[in-house]
Design a protein around this ligand. Structure first.
Ligand SMILES: CC(C)(COP(=O)(O)OP(=O)(O)OC[C@H]1O[C@@H](n2cnc3c(N)ncnc32)[C@H](O)[C@@H]1OP(=O)(O)O)[C@@H](O)C(=O)NCCC(=O)NCCS
Length: 167
């Protein structure tokens, strides 16, 4: 198993294949293709097993409505572990390796809270951050300070690239 921090344009088909295998709809595959084409990704990390991409995690910049900051805040996702490899600890391994490498002050994500809290994510509400007006979505919205105090003074609704909101 090989952890990789540099994914190139040539890895596009591998990423696309993995996302289409793991997610029930094409949304994530289309989203990632669109963000990659427009060079919006801040970082992408992969996990390879004998030439096959079995794990993927993406990071892209987010802003906080009405806030000016020099701090680098990234949205995590999509993240995927190939269906054949899920539940064997690889997701956690990929996330832990990835968090050591990513260059950010703070991270946010919408996802399985029980999974992400194992690596230190907290409810984003702890920091006064929201994703939308929807209470269910906000309950699944998590944040991680890469250094203590990184989110201090930053409150409000987090905004991703508009392609995250496409139907
Ligand atoms: C979610 C996902 C990335 C987790 O990867 P994984 O390799 O299956 O997870 P791991 O085996 O590393 O699990 C690590 C821990 O998280 C827990 N966990 C894994 N998936 C979980 C989930 N969906 N919800 C809650 N807890 C979860 C495991 O039980 C395990 O707990 P333990 O350390 O106490 O044993 C993977 O299952 C996946 O790609 N799922 C489909 C796509 C997806 O949902 N992506 C994430 C969107 S937020």
């Amino acid at each position: 198993m090989r952890f990789e921090t540099e994914l190139t344009a040539e890895d596009g088909p591998n990423i696309d294949h993995l996302l289409r295998t793991v997610y029930p709809t094409e949304f994530e595959a289309h989203l990632v293709e669109s963000l990659r084409t427009r060079r919006i990704m801040a970082a992408e990390h992969g996990l390879w097993d004998q030439g096959a991409l079995v794990g993927y995690i993406a990071y892209s910049p987010v802003t906080i409505e009405g806030m000016e900051t020099k701090r680098q805040i990234l949205g995590v996702g999509p993240m995927a572990i190939h269906t054949d490899y899920q539940g064997t600890g690889l997701g956690r391994k990929l996330l832990e390796e990835s968090l050591k490498e990513v260059d950010a002050d703070a991270l946010v994500l919408l996802g399985h809270t029980a999974f992400y809290e194992k690596v230190g994510f907290k409810p984003a509400a702890t920091y006064g951050l929201t994703f939308s007006d929807d209470a269910e979505q906000n309950a699944a919205f998590m944040a991680l300070e890469c250094w203590q105090g990184a989110l201090e003074g930053l409150k409000g609704r987090v905004e991703y690239d508009r392609r995250f909101y496409d139907e």
